[in-house]
Design a protein around this ligand. Structure first.
Ligand code: ADP
Length: 229
C-alpha cells in the first residue's frame, strides 16, 4: 500500500477558497491524500464542508487556489486543456450528482461516449456500452433517451458510463443518493466487483455510513481539513 508506484491519484497541500465580495471564503486548507491502486476510500462530513469541491479538484475539473493534484503521476493542472481531457478520459470515471449526461442522446450513446472520445471504433464502443448497461440492469432501456428514464435509471446510466472505460479510479459523489436500497446495493456490488477484478480505485463522497463502512478507509472533511478517522 505504501509503494509509490501504485499511487493512482494524489494531492498535496490542496487548498480552495472562493471570493465572496471582498472576503476570501476558505473551503478547505492543505489537504493531502494519496489513493493507491485498488483502494476504496469514503469521504464523509457535514453538508457544505467541501467534499464535492475536493472531488472536482481530484478529477481535474476545477483549479485549486494552491497545491497540486497528480493523476497517474501527472500534474493535472500543469497540462493543456486537451491533455487534461485525455488524461481524465483514460484514467478516471466520474459519477457526479448532476451527472452531465446528455438528455437528447439515448442510454447506449451516453455510455459509449467516453469510449468514442477515446477513439474506440463505434461498433466496439456500442458493444461494450451494451454489456455495461446489462451489468447495471438496464439492457431493456438501451435505446431510451435519458429524458425518458427515471432518476434512478439515469444514475445507473451514469455508473455504467463511469465504468465502461475500465478507469484506474472512479470518483463518485453520492452515487447511490437517488436510488432505492435494492438498486443501491446492486450498483455498489458492481463498483466493488470492478474494484476486485481490475484493481480500480474507488473514492466515494457519501452520507451513507453503512456504505462508508464497506470501504478500506473513511476520511472526514470537517473544519476545512480532511481528517483520517
Ligand atoms: P459538500 O460537498 O461537502 O456539501 P461543497 O463542496 O459542495 O460541500 O461546498 C463547500 C462550500 O463551498 C460551500 O460553502 C459552497 O457554498 C462553497 N462553494 C462551492 N462551489 C462554489 C462556487 N463556485 N463559488 C462559491 N462558493 C462555492
Amino acid at each position: 500500500m505504501n509503494n509509490n508506484d501504485s499511487t493512482i491519484l494524489r494531492c498535496e497541500k490542496l487548498s480552495k477558497s472562493y471570493k465572496d465580495g471582498k472576503i476570501d471564503v476558505q473551503v478547505f486548507d492543505e489537504v493531502n491524500l494519496s489513493v493507491q491502486s485498488s483502494e476504496r476510500i469514503a469521504i464523509v462530513g457535514p453538508s457544505g464542508a467541501g467534499k464535492s469541491t475536493l472531488l472536482h479538484l481530484l478529477g481535474g475539473l476545477d483549479q485549486p487556489t494552491t497545491g497540486k493534484v497528480w493523476i497517474d503521476g501527472v500534474d493535472i493542472n500543469a497540462q493543456s486543456e486537451r491533455n487534461k481531457s485525455q488524461l481524465r478520459n483514460r484514467s478516471l470515471g466520474f459519477v457526479y450528482q448532476f451527472h452531465h449526461l446528455l438528455p437528447e442522446f439515448n442510454a447506449l450513446e451516453n455510455v459509449a461516449m467516453p469510449l468514442l472520445i477515446g477513439n474506440t471504433p463505434p461498433k466496439l464502443a456500442a458493444e461494450k456500452a451494451r454489456h455495461m448497461l446489462d451489468q447495471v440492469g438496464l439492457s431493456h432501456r438501451t435505446l431510451h433517451r435519458l429524458g425518458e428514464l427515471s432518476g434512478g435509471e439515469r444514475q445507473r446510466v451514469a455508473i455504467a458510463r463511469a465504468l465502461v472505460n475500465n478507469p484506474l479510479c472512479v470518483l463518485a459523489d453520492e452515487p447511490t443518493g437517488n436510488l432505492d436500497n435494492h438498486t443501491a446495493g446492486q450498483v455498489m456490488e458492481l463498483l466493488f466487483d470492478l474494484n476486485d477484478r481490475l484493481k480500480t480505485s474507488v473514492v466515494i463522497v457519501t452520507h451513507d455510513l453503512s456504505l462508508a463502512a464497506q470501504m478500506d478507509r473513511t476520511l472526514t472533511m470537517i473544519n476545512a481539513r480532511l481528517q483520517q478517522n
